[in-house]
Design a protein around this ligand. Structure first.
Ligand SMILES: NC(=O)c1ccc[n+]([C@@H]2O[C@H](COP(=O)([O-])OP(=O)(O)OC[C@H]3O[C@@H](n4cnc5c(N)ncnc54)[C@H](OP(=O)(O)O)[C@@H]3O)[C@@H](O)[C@H]2O)c1
Length: 294
């Protein structure tokens, strides 16, 4: 079976790597903060001391890092691409800018290395359940080669050429951020009117307004549990990237712009970048002059 190297075992990467082990793939993992990779060692992965060691001899290299700078730094700054043999396939599952993905694909192709951009949606729960939505950009032959690996983590769909996966992910994030904003306002509205937010969500089940965001993030807002599944700081990065792309395409996205400003306030003015993105509810409370827990 293909040997896989997995770089980046953070909130998402750790359960994704675990599912590759469960599917029987031989796995070498590396994480900048090594402590976070150690539990995978106990589950059967080899822990590499440096990223170049992890990728040497791997047929497929999966990256799951914060942003495009981190991916670019590892591949080209710290010599991972140079340590890969021609014919290796890089599957970058991080959420990065489409133009960065196209740039990485071009630079790797020059060294005979394949590349797919394959960002995901579904959060840590989707990662744990191997039920991630996986939006893929790249060459169909590379996709066919990657499919068994991607299927061990979720449901991959090849959307188009290099960068198309990242564009789809940005569009996905626009829907997620706007819906979190809508769920926050609905939750505050019913709570202030004296209704029970849990019963409100139950009443909406199966209707047009029902969604995973209503169920999962509505519950976080109700209980005030904002332990991060997806960090607010990462949501802000995605919203900035959406607006970058929109500017390049010459289109205005008024709802995304408004949500971007509110996440900026939550992260930079209120200092809640490490909380879950459902903590936008705290920004809404603050904007209304209401204390957290209202
Ligand atoms: N969490 C979600 O709900 C969710 C959902 C879908 C997609 N995503 C996307 O998935 C990606 C990972 O997110 P996450 O939630 O797993 O975040 P996270 O827990 O913060 O993990 C980020 C990972 O990137 C590594 N990293 C950051 N900068 C680095 C650098 N300069 N060099 C090497 N490694 C670096 C971190 O290493 P350290 O451990 O050393 O910090 C960590 O392994 C992001 O692109 C995010 O947008 C997240």
């Amino acid at each position: 079976m293909t040997k896989i190297a997995f770089l980046g075992t953070g909130l998402m990467g750790e359960p994704m790597a675990r599912n590759l082990l469960k599917a029987g793939f031989g796995l070498t993992v590396w994480n900048r903060t090594q402590d976070k990779a150690l539990p995978l060692g106990a589950a059967g992965a080899r822990i590499a001391p440096a990223p170049q060691d992890a990728v040497r001899g791997a047929g497929i290299v999966v990256t799951m890092l914060s942003d495009g700078e981190a991916v670019s730094d590892l591949l080209f700054g710290r010599g991972c691409a140079a340590a890969m043999a021609a014919g290796t396939l890089v599957i970058d599952m991080s959420s990065i800018r489409p133009r960065e993905a196209r740039d990485h694909a071009g630079r790797l192709a020059a060294a005979g290395i394949g590349h797919l951009d394959a960002p995901v949606s579904g959060g840590t729960r989707g990662a744990e359940a191997a039920d991630l939505a996986i939006m893929v950009g790249g060459d169909p032959a590379d996709f066919a080669r990657a499919e068994p690996v991607l299927r061990a983590m979720g449901r991959p769909v090849l959307v188009g050429p290099a960068g198309a996966g990242q564009l789809s992910k940005l569009a996905n994030q626009a829907i997620v951020a706007i819906t979190i904003g809508a769920v926050a306002e609905a939750t505050l509205l019913v709570r202030r009117a004296g209704a029970d937010p849990r019963l409100f969500r139950q009443a909406l089940e199966g209707g047009f307004a029902d969604s995973i965001i209503l169920r999962q993030h509505g519950e976080r807002m109700e209980t005030g549990d904002f332990a991060p599944g997806g960090r607010a700081s990462i949501q802000l990065k995605d919203l900035d990237n959406i607006l970058d792309e929109a500017r390049a395409l010459g289109i205005a996205l008024p709802l995304v712009s408004a949500l971007r400003d509110r996440f900026h306030r939550l992260v930079h003015d209120m200092g809640h970048g490490e909380l879950d993105h459902a903590a936008l509810f705290l920004e809404l409370l603050d904007r209304n002059g209401l204390p957290a827990g209202t």
